[in-house]
Ligand binder design. Structure first.
Ligand SMILES: *Cc1c(COP(=O)(O)O)cnc(C)c1O
Length: 410
C-alpha cells in the first residue's frame, strides 16, 4: 500500500469499501495539486516509454507499471487493488472478462496432465462443463464429491489429486458446506483449495481466512450490481497468484477500463445493497416457508433452513439469492404459471443486480451423486430460484402471492 492510503486492515468493511483502490497516484496528474474522487477511465493499448534505454530496462511483471494495454492500466489496477484490500489474506487479484473465464484460467493454471480435480457435486454448472469439456482435453481428470460428507471427501483424495473446487452455498440447491473442515483435509494432503465465492464474496465469507488457497468470484453479480457488466476476479497469496497471473497473460485475458470503472462504482455501494437484499431475502423466505404451496425454503440466512448453523458460524453476511421447493403435486405447467404471473420478478439468468429475478430450477440432471436436499426434482417437488433485488419486501411478497394463486388455475 502506498503512503497516502490509510491502513485498510484497521478499517471496518463499510469504510474499506469507500477507500479501497483509491491511491492518489491513480486519481491525480503529476505536478498538479489536488485530485479527483474516482480513478479515471484510462483507455490505452499502447503505453509509452521515456527512451530506448527505458524500453530496454523493461518493467516489472506486476500491476501498477506501464507496459502494454494487455496488462491493464490505472483503472484496472485500481479495481484489482480494491478487491485485494477487501479480500483478507490476499496478496493480489487478477481480473477476467467473466466469472467463467476466471474459473477456467485458474484451473488450467493449477492443474497439468495426469492431475485430478475434485469438484463439489453442487458446483456451478459451467464449472463442471469446464472440467468435462476443457480440462479433459489436457489430460486432467475430475470426479465429483459430496461436499456434506467430510469422510467421503477425505477418502477420495488420491496421489494425483491436486486441486479441490469448492462452492458454498452450492449453486441452485444452496447447501452450506463446512469449508474450514474441507480445506483442512485438503491442506493436510497437499491439495490446493479453490472456492467459487460468488455468493458470499469478501464481505460475507472471507474465504482465505477459512482455509481456502484461492478465492474467485463473478463480479458480474454483486460487484457490478446493476446487470450491465460482466467480469470475474481471482484473489490469492503469492505462489498461486503468480501461476494464475502467468496463465491469464498467456491466454490474453484483459478487462476494459470502462468496465473496470463500472465495477469500481458498483463496489462502493455493494455493502449497502447486500445488507438490503439479504434482509429482504430473509423476509420473503420466511413468508414462503409458512405457505402450504411450499415444501422447503433453501435460504441459508433463514433459521429453519438447512445449513443455517454453518452459515451462522462461518459467514458474516448473505445476499438475495435463494431457492425454494414447491409442495408435492405441483407440475411443471403449474410452476410455469406461477413464474409467468409475476410482475416484479424478471425471468433471466444471472443475479446480484438491483432488480429481482425468478427461474425454474431442475438440478437433478446436474448432480451425479444425489440431488440435495432430497425432494428436489425427484418427483415430490419442483424448485424455483429467486434473486431478490432492492424492491420493497411487501411488494415482492404480494407479487409472489399472485404467483402462488396462479398455481391452482388451469
Ligand atoms: C454467474 C456465476 C459464475 C459465472 O460468472 P459470469 O460472470 O457469468 O461468467 C460463476 N459462479 C457462480 C456461482 C455464478 O453464479
Amino acid at each position: 500500500m502506498s503512503e497516502d492510503r490509510p491502513d485498510s486492515a484497521a478499517l471496518a468493511d463499510a469504510t474499506r469499501l469507500v477507500e479501497a483502490g483509491r491511491r492518489k497516484q491513480w486519481r491525480s496528474v503529476p505536478g498538479q495539486p489536488g485530485s479527483v474522487v474516482n480513478p479515471p477511465v484510462w483507455r490505452a493499448s499502447t503505453h509509452l516509454y521515456e527512451s530506448t534505454d527505458d524500453l530496454a530496462k523493461g518493467r516489472p511483471n506486476a500491476d501498477g507499471h506501464f507496459f502494454y494495454g494487455r496488462r491493464g492500466g490505472p483503472t484496472q489496477w485500481a479495481l484489482a487493488d480494491a478487491l485485494t484490500e477487501l479480500e483478507q489474506g490476499a496478496e493480489g487479484t487478477e481480473l477476467f472478462p467473466s466469472g467463467v473465464a476466471a474459473i477456467a484460467a485458474t484451473l488450467l493454471a493449477l492443474l497439468g496432465p495426469g492431475d485430478e480435480l475434485l469438484v463439489c457435486d453442487n458446483a456451478y454448472e459451467p464449472t463442471r462443463n469446464i472440467a468435462k469439456g476443457l480440462l479433459a482435453g489436457y489430460g486432467i481428470t475430475h470426479r465429483a464429491f459430496d461436499p456434506l460428507d467430510l469422510d467421503g471427501f477425505a477418502a477420495m483424495i488420491g496421489p494425483n489429486t491436486k486441486v479441490v473446487m469448492l462452492e458454498s452455498p452450492g449453486s441452485l440447491t444452496m447447501e452450506v458446506s463446512d469449508i474450514p473442515a474441507l480445506t483442512a483435509i485438503a491442506r493436510e494432503r497437499g491439495v490446493v483449495s479453490v472456492i467459487d465465492n460468488t455468493w458470499g464474496g469478501p464481505l460475507g465469507f472471507p474465504a482465505l481466512t477459512h482455509g481456502c488457497d484461492v478465492t474467485l468470484m463473478s463480479l458480474t453479480k454483486h460487484v457490478g450490481g446493476h446487470s450491465d457488466l460482466m467480469m470475474g476476479a481471482v484473489s490469492a497469496k503469492a505462489p498461486h497468484l503468480a501461476m494464475i497471473r502467468r496463465h491469464a497473460q498467456m491466454l490474453g485475458q484483459v478487462v476494459s477500463p470502462d468496465d473496470a470503472a463500472l465495477a469500481l462504482r458498483g463496489l462502493r455501494t455493494m455493502g449497502l445493497r447486500l445488507e438490503r437484499t439479504s434482509a429482504t431475502a430473509v423476509e420473503v423466505a420466511r413468508w414462503l416457508s409458512a405457505r402450504p404451496e411450499v415444501s422447503a425454503v433453501l435460504c441459508p440466512q433463514l433459521e429453519s433452513a438447512p445449513g443455517h448453523d454453518l452459515w451462522q458460524r462461518d459467514f458474516s453476511g448473505g445476499c438475495g439469492l435463494f431457492s425454494f421447493v414447491l409442495a408435492e403435486g405441483v407440475d411443471k405447467k403449474a410452476r410455469a404459471r406461477l413464474i409467468d404471473a409475476l410482475d416484479l420478478f424478471g425471468i433471466g439468468f444471472s443475479w446480484g443486480g438491483y432488480e429481482s429475478l425468478a427461474l425454474p430450477l431442475d438440478p437433478a440432471s446436474l448432480r451425479t451423486i444425489r440431488p440435495w436436499p432430497p425432494g428436489i426434482d425427484d418427483g415430490s417437488g419442483l424448485g424455483l430460484r429467486l434473486a431478490i433485488g432492492l424492491e420493497d419486501a411487501g411488494d415482492l411478497i404480494r407479487d409472489l402471492e399472485r404467483g402462488l394463486a396462479a398455481l391452482g388455475e388451469t
